[in-house]
Each structure stands twice: as structure tokens, then as C-alpha cells.
Design a binder for this molecule. Structure first.
Ligand code: ADP
Ligand code: MG
Length: 675
């Protein structure tokens, strides 16, 4: 006999009611269906497997990628008086054995395991002796190479699931684009899953994208922050240095503070507490800020630089308006942001031709790096980076200053990673430069199935005149003529790819392509033209393009005269900003001790660990991790994989290879320091 779900919700979990979206998921899982669940962070996904697990009256097996996440969930369930056990590398052997006995005797309601457990000989068979009623795979995006936290261990999960059937399988994640969703279903072999991809629309956040050159952003920001109604505010800056200078620049208008991973833990937590308590009302931060922050009344989130991915952008603007009151997310960007990203990308991922060149000269017998560098005549930084990448992807074996040939397979992995990175940046640029409802675009990016994808009515596309920063002006006579020509061509041609339309209307390119895009954008905002994303496949890659279609019958002159053009803040004279960008210099003085003794202790521990690793692998320590990266980790003290990946110097590969160990060192260091 099963208890009604509502009873369990109230009696066991102590919640009054389901959150929107939770109930149908719980029903599907309680009925024994496989489920794919994609909902934003904090929306209450855990309940969606915990409650049906209890309803099905057996053991729910939970696979979770991070010890910290696991411990957190276990503690919560134990506090509700439930029978819970966990098995992961941080546990004593005896405790793990006991967990297995308890599992086999049916004493457990929940058993949490780390994914790598499944590849321990005999372990999946042990589980299969007494099948769970439900298998929950948390953070399921880790399974997909298309996702950003790919974990090889996760890829193995799918092959063991048949042993555990007929248990229902539920995959949960907060971040899965449609291609990742498909990958998760395939990898796990979900059987006719109920799909819930929902909850991404934020009704009360008005997204606004402003064209502004970097040099103009401070003035715009000051205007914005000067109004107390727009505070509390979070401002996401490009780097640490910028957070600090902006905090100073705003101090006559509000109560700002900078927040970044380079500050001492003590300072960071006091700044955070002050912000939560309302003693500070502007947080100028790097991506290091926000994990687990739940401040309900943030009115504005400003990005003064373009974020590197839509996933990250969505997460950051999501910190606005948790209380449901109207809030605004303002993104300042211009073409220079693409160049900044390109610059960092090229620095981080040298051209594959350079790697090829190096690889070609490697032999079975080690040669000295110095000698190699001399032959290649490369810039030393580029060379070091390229060697590092070759080593990461297995193309080179490095032993102190000696280097020799590795596997030829490095190339695919490297190119895949490059593609991934640049596709994420490209998607963000597209989002910023597109002329469509911003919220609808975000919802579509995540493949939200429950959403109508209708326009939000409040973003800069839907409500241009409500914009806080972006200004609009009437089209000039010249622009009206240009608009008229576009409309005329569309009228006779019907719909048309925008590239073709541009060539047709302005065959001599007397109007630059970007101006043409702005004109199209204005027509779209005015509801004259509709722009639709489309794509075609070429050489196995998806090439996106856009189609313009006339929605209104040909507008007359007065309608054209009323069309609003986006005022480019960057340059009033019409010439596009081509200012030389400035890049931050790496200036950390690494030989100084850290101010916070606990962080210093972690840094020392990390160094000792690195020495051991380097010995084990027969490589110089810097090949494991650089001093700068170790310091970044010691200062940031990441608690979870996501935090780790936010640290400069740590990419997915390092997180994958060493993540668990690094997080454990940080955790040990932090707990002993707090005690
Ligand atoms: P997610 O995994 O989606 O990021 P969690 O499952 O950790 O989110 O839940 C976030 C918070 O919401 C938790 O503190 C949880 O206790 C709370 N929560 C979940 N469901 C409900 C509910 N129906 N009513 C009240 N609080 C809830
Ligand atoms: Mg969760």
C-alpha cells in the first residue's frame, strides 16, 4: 500500500506544498517511469527523486559526482530521520562494508554512491542482488562530452544500469542544452522517459543588452547605480582588478564592495555577509561570487563584460529578483568583447598547426625542450602553452625539461575541446546580438519543453522604451530610406536568409553589414519583420543562419518614420569603436605569503600533493599545475566542481583528473582551519 505523495511531502519532508513543476515529476517517477529532469539550480530537483523513492518503498540508489554534494544530501535526509548510507573514496572501508550489508538487508531508504564505485569489481553485481526501486543520476550533464563538467566515470554508468533493472532511472541536471539532453538519454539508456525540462523562464527579470564600448561602461554604470531603486545590485566584471576599481568608482554613489577569489576567505565572507544583511548594496564581483547565495531582493544584475557562455550568464542573472519583484539584468557589450574572448581563447588554445608543428618534431627518444624551442622559433609563452596542451591531450610526454612523443590521438580531443569552448562563446555572442525576445531565447537555449516560448513583454526587444540604459532614437531620413529598401525587397521576395538579403539590398555594401543588422533589428522590434534562426549542416558541423520574413504588409512612410533605432552608446559619430583593447597583466607576486594563514596552509598542502603527483607521473611539477593555479585554488577554496572550474588555470581536463583530490585537500584544510 503506498502513501499518497502529498502525505509524504508534509509528514516526511515537512513542506506545505509542492513547488511548481515538482508534482508531475514525482508522479511519473512514483509510477515507475524513467525520467529526464532538467530544472534550474535551487528549484528543488532532489525532492523529485527522494519523494517517489520513498513512495515506492525500497532503496533509492543515488549516483552523485561530488563528495560534498553527497554529504550535503545525506545530512539533510538523515535529519529527516531517514535510513541513509553512502559509499565514496572519503569513507572508511568498514563503513562502506556496513553500508553494503545494510543495503542487502533492505535496511536503507537511500544509498549514495560515487560513479567510480560502479567500476569496482563485484560492486554492481552486489547491488543487483537486491534491486533498488529507483536509480537517480544527479548532475547528469557530467555524462556528456557536450556538457561543461564532463566526467569519464559518468560515461560508465549506463553500462551497469541494465543489471539494476527493472528499477526506474531518473537523470537530473540544471544545465542541459537539447544536444546534452539527447546524449544523457542515450548514454543512460533511458526507456521511454518522461521528460521534464522546465522552470527556466523568469517572469520578473527584464533582460536588456546595451551596445557600449568598454570605455563608456563606467559612466553608464554610474547612472544606473545612482538610483537607489536599482539596488541591491550585483555587477559582474571582467577580472579581479576591474572589480576593485569599479568598487572605488562607485563609492560616492552607493555602498559597494569588490568580491573575487583573490581576497582572503575572511574578507570574502564578511563582504558577503554585509551584502546579505543590507550593509552593502552593490557587489562588484567576478564569477567567483554567487554560488549558494540566496539574497531575495537583488534588483539589478549588470554585466560590464560579455560572459563566456549562456549557461553562466543565465546562472548569474538568475540571482536577481528571487523575491519575484520586478528586476533587471543589464548586459553591456560591443564588438570588442568578441575580440577579448578571441584573445583569451587564442592564448588558452593555440592554433592546432602549432601543436602539429611541435608534435612532428617529437621522437621516441626524449629531446630537450630548450632545443626544440630554438628550432621552432616560437614565442616562449606560446610554446609552453602548446606543449602543455599537447601533454594534456596525450600527444607529448614531458619529463623535466625533456619531451618525447605521445599518442597521435591528442588531436581529436584537443580539437573537440576547442570547438566546445568557442561554440559556447559564440552562443553567448549570438544571444547578445540577436533581435528576439531575450527570455524566449534563453528558454529555448535550455530546450525548456514546458514553456510556450512566447515573448516576455519586458526585455529590450519586447519593451524598448522601458529600457534603463539602452537609448533609442527615431530613424534618420537616410535610415528610413534604407529601411524602405529592405522592406521592398522582402515584399517581393517573401522570406530570405539575412546574408542573401544584405547582398540583394546593398550589393555594393554601401552600408556595412553591422549597420544592416541594426536596421533589421529595428524592423524586428517594430514588428515589421520576423527573424528566425535556422541552420544547415556542412562538413558535419551545424552552421547557423537567420531568415527574415515580412510580417506586416508593407509599412507606410509614417510607420517607417516611427521606427526606433538603437542608439549606439559607443560612438555618436557613426564610426564603430575600434579602440585598442587593454588586457590585464598577470602580476601576482607568487613568492609572497598569503594573508590568510588557512589559505597558506592549503597552498602548502597542494604543493606537497603536486610534488607527489609529479613524481608519480614522472613530470615536472608545473606540468601538474602551475604555482599561480595552486595559489588561485588556495585563495578561492572551491567546495564543488563548478567552483573549481571557475578558477583560472583549471579547465575541464584538470578538474576531471585531479578535481576530487584537490577538493579533498581544500576541504581538509578548511575544516581544520575552521575548527
Ligand atoms: P536543486 O537540486 O534543484 O538545485 P535542491 O533540491 O537542492 O535544488 O532544493 C533547493 C532547496 O529547495 C532545498 O533547500 C529544498 O529543501 C527546498 N525545497 C525543495 N522543494 C521544496 C518545497 N516543495 N517546498 C519548500 N522548499 C522546498
Ligand atoms: Mg541538486
Amino acid at each position: 500500500m503506498t502513501q499518497p505523495l502529498h502525505d509524504i511531502l508534509q509528514k516526511t519532508f515537512g513542506f506545505q506544498s509542492f513547488r511548481p513543476n515538482q508534482e508531475p515529476v514525482c508522479h511519473a517517477a512514483a509510477e515507475g517511469r524513467d525520467v529526464l529532469l532538467v530544472m534550474p539550480t535551487g528549484s528543488g530537483k532532489s525532492l523529485c527523486y527522494q519523494l517517489p523513492g520513498l513512495a515506492r518503498q525500497g532503496t533509492t540508489l543515488v549516483i552523485s559526482p561530488l563528495i560534498a554534494l553527497m554529504e550535503d544530501q545525506v545530512a539533510k535526509l538523515e535529519s529527516l530521520g531517514l535510513a541513509v548510507a553512502r559509499i565514496h573514496s572519503g569513507r572508511e572501508r568498514l563503513a562502506s562494508r556496513q553500508a553494503c550489508f545494510d543495503y542487502l538487508e533492505g535496511k536503507l531508504q537511500f544509498l549514495f554512491i560515487a560513479p567510480e564505485r560502479l567500476s569496482v569489481t563485484g560492486f554492481p553485481e552486489m547491488l543487483a542482488k537486491r534491486k533498488p526501486v529507483l536509480v537517480a543520476v544527479d548532475e547528469a550533464h557530467c555524462i556528456s562530452q557536450w556538457g561543461h563538467d564532463f566526467r569519464p566515470d559518468y560515461r560508465m554508468i549506463g553500462q551497469y544500469l541494465p543489471l539494476l533493472r527493472p528499477a526506474a532511472v531518473m537523470a537530473l541536471t540544471a544545465t542541459a542544452t537539447p544536444s546534452v539532453q539527447g546524449d544523457i538519454e542515450r548514454q543512460l539508456g533511458l526507456i521511454k522517459p518522461a521528460r521534464f525540462i522546465q522552470g527556466f523562464r523568469r517572469e520578473n527579470i527584464a533582460v536588456e543588452v546595451v551596445e557600449a564600448a568598454p570605455s563608456e561602461r563606467l559612466e553608464l554604470l554610474r547612472e544606473l547605480i545612482a538610483d537607489p531603486k536599482r539596488r541591491p545590485a550585483i555587477i559582474y566584471a571582467l577580472n579581479r582588478k576591474q572589480t576593485e576599481s569599479l568598487a572605488v568608482d562607485l563609492s560616492d554613489l552607493a555602498k559597494p564592495a569588490a568580491y573575487h577569489a583573490g581576497l582572503s576567505t575572511a574578507l570574502r565572507s564578511s563582504v558577503q555577509d554585509d551584502f546579505l544583511a543590507g550593509k552593502l548594496d552593490v557587489m562588484v564581483a567576478t564569477i567567483a561570487f554567487g554560488m549558494g547565495i540566496d539574497k531575495p531582493d537583488v534588483r539589478t544584475v549588470v554585466h560590464v563584460a560579455l560572459p563566456g557562455s549562456v549557461e553562466r550568464y543565465y546562472q548569474e542573472i538568475g540571482r536577481a529578483g528571487r523575491d519575484g519583484a520586478p528586476s533587471r539584468a543589464i548586459l553591456m557589450q560591443s564588438y570588442s568583447d568578441r575580440r577579448t574572448h578571441d584573445f583569451f581563447f587564442e592564448q588558452d588554445y593555440p592554433d592546432v598547426a602549432i601543436l602539429d608543428e611541435i608534435f612532428k618534431r617529437l621522437k621516441e627518444d626524449p629531446i630537450s625542450k630548450e632545443e626544440l624551442l630554438e628550432k621552432l622559433r616560437l614565442d616562449v609563452d606560446v610554446f609552453e602553452k602548446a606543449v602543455d596542451r599537447l601533454w594534456t591531450y596525450g600527444g607529448a610526454l614531458v619529463e623535466y625539461d625533456q619531451i618525447k612523443r605521445g599518442s597521435t590521438r591528442w588531436r581529436d580531443g584537443y580539437l573537440f575541446q576547442c570547438d566546445q569552448k568557442s561554440a559556447q562563446i559564440e552562443a553567448m555572442i549570438q544571444l547578445a546580438q540577436n533581435h528576439q525576445c531575450r527570455m524566449a531565447m534563453l528558454v529555448r537555449h535550455f530546450g525548456d519543453l514546458s514553456d510556450s516560448r512566447s515573448p516576455c513583454g519586458i526585455c529590450d526587444y519586447c519593451a524598448p522604451l522601458e529600457c534603463e540604459v539602452q537609448r533609442f532614437r527615431a530613424a534618420s531620413v537616410r535610415e528610413q530610406n534604407q529601411l524602405r529598401r529592405i522592406v521592398k525587397t522582402l515584399h517581393s521576395a517573401g522570406s530570405r536568409a539575412t546574408g542573401k538579403l544584405y547582398a540583394d539590398v546593398f550589393p555594393t555594401q554601401e552600408v556595412p553589414r553591422r549597420t544592416f543588422e541594426d536596421l533589421l533589428g529595428s524592423l524586428a522590434r517594430a514588428g515589421v519583420v520576423q527573424l528566425q534562426d535556422a541552420s544547415f549542416e556542412k562538413d558535419g558541423k551545424e552552421i547557423p543562419y537567420r531568415v527574415a520574413r515580412l510580417v506586416k504588409s508593407k509599412p507606410d512612410d509614417s510607420e517607417l518614420a516611427a521606427i526606433l533605432m538603437k542608439e549606439e552608446v559607443a560612438t555618436a559619430d557613426g564610426s564603430r569603436a575600434r579602440k585598442k583593447k587593454e588586457f590585464p597583466k598577470a602580476s601576482a607576486a607568487l613568492d609572497t605569503k598569503l594573508e590568510d594563514p588557512a589559505s597558506q596552509k592549503i597552498e602548502d598542502e597542494l604543493k606537497a600533493w603536486r610534488t607527489a603527483k609529479a613524481k608519480e607521473r614522472g613530470v615536472p611539477p608545473y606540468c601538474v599545475l602551475s604555482n599561480q593555479t595552486l595559489r588561485n585554488v588556495a585563495v578561492a577554496r572551491p567546495g564543488a566542481d563548478q567552483d573549481l572550474l571557475a578558477i583560472p588555470g583549471i579547465g575541464p581536463t584538470i578538474a576531471r583528473t585531479y578535481g576530487t583530490e584537490i577538493l579533498q585537500i581544500v576541504k581538509n584544510g578548511s575544516t581544520s582551519a575552521d575548527a
